[in-house]
Design a protein around this ligand. Sequence first.
Ligand SMILES: Cc1cc2nc3c(=O)[nH]c(=O)nc-3n(C[C@H](O)[C@H](O)[C@H](O)COP(=O)(O)OP(=O)(O)OC[C@H]3O[C@@H](n4cnc5c(N)ncnc54)[C@H](O)[C@@H]3O)c2cc1C
Length: 280
Amino acid sequence: MPREEEPSPRPSPFRVLSRVQETPDTVTLTVTPQDGAAPPPSFDPGQFNMLYAFGVGEAAISIAGDPTAPERLVHTVRSAGAITQALSSLKPGDTVGVRGPYGKGWPLPLARGKDVILVAGGLGLPPLRPILYHVLSHRDEYGRLEVAYGSRTPEDLVYYPEIQQWRSRKDLRFQVTVDTAGMDWYGDVGIVTQRLNDMRFRPSESVAYLCGPEVMLRATAKGLTERGIPPDRIFVSMERNMKCGIAQCGHCQFGPYLLCRDGPVLPLSAVAPYWSIREI
Ligand SMILES: Cc1cc2nc3c(=O)[nH]c(=O)nc-3n(C[C@H](O)[C@H](O)[C@H](O)COP(=O)(O)OP(=O)(O)OC[C@H]3O[C@@H](n4cnc5c(N)ncnc54)[C@H](O)[C@@H]3O)c2cc1C
């Protein structure tokens, strides 16, 4: 969707309102502009912000909240290195720098009237969650809503209380699977691609949105293609290393694309030719 406001290239100070420990290494932060500051620009599902941990550095983090409530930005952060560790350690009342939103998000208008398929692996669920909020608040504009979410173990599942609510609804189907689990897990065990055959959708009337590790993206894209969804109706979010977020530094070059500007969401038909090239 075109928007009038260009995001500022400088981080603005935001205050942390809440911090939820999702898993041992992952937290969800809700942030809002410091008192008196302008509200943040609206965002499209699939866009990301650059979050600045003061004195440490900046990282690209997807926007995981409700697009109808952009004044409260929600970000889910997994502690991977110095920056995400510093972001994960923020507490309510702390300040974080935010610039964005950046990138091209999920093309939702394409899915109007069609079945919507979301497949998430690991931390792929946060960038897909705004689609869920959007489709559920415009439910009669879309067909079936099928979601499959896989993580390594039950302890790695994010948004677990909300998943329970989604699973109790009749207007979407939300499958959860884990690679391995102990005796106290009563759900499905196996990789997320094994859930694809269970999904119900009209192949020629469906749009699929995928996010997760690249190996999972490739396998899921292959499975959905084999079930008849055309490659230009399958979209993937390519969360490669990124530095500037504004198409200046070239860190996120992927074939002819700069993922911060042309992505992170791209159709499978654009991505697939470059997946087979090892150096890319
Ligand atoms: C568009 C986009 C959206 C993202 N959304 C999120 C999000 O919602 N939540 C979140 O926690 N992270 C997200 N990331 C990843 C996040 O930006 C990186 O994990 C972060 O920059 C790492 O910085 P660091 O200093 O903490 O770790 P570093 O020291 O830079 O890296 C630590 C380890 O993580 C690896 N790594 C770094 N970046 C990535 C990456 N993009 N993918 C896989 N491995 C990586 C490094 O190779 C290294 O092994 C996103 C990345 C992109 C490009």
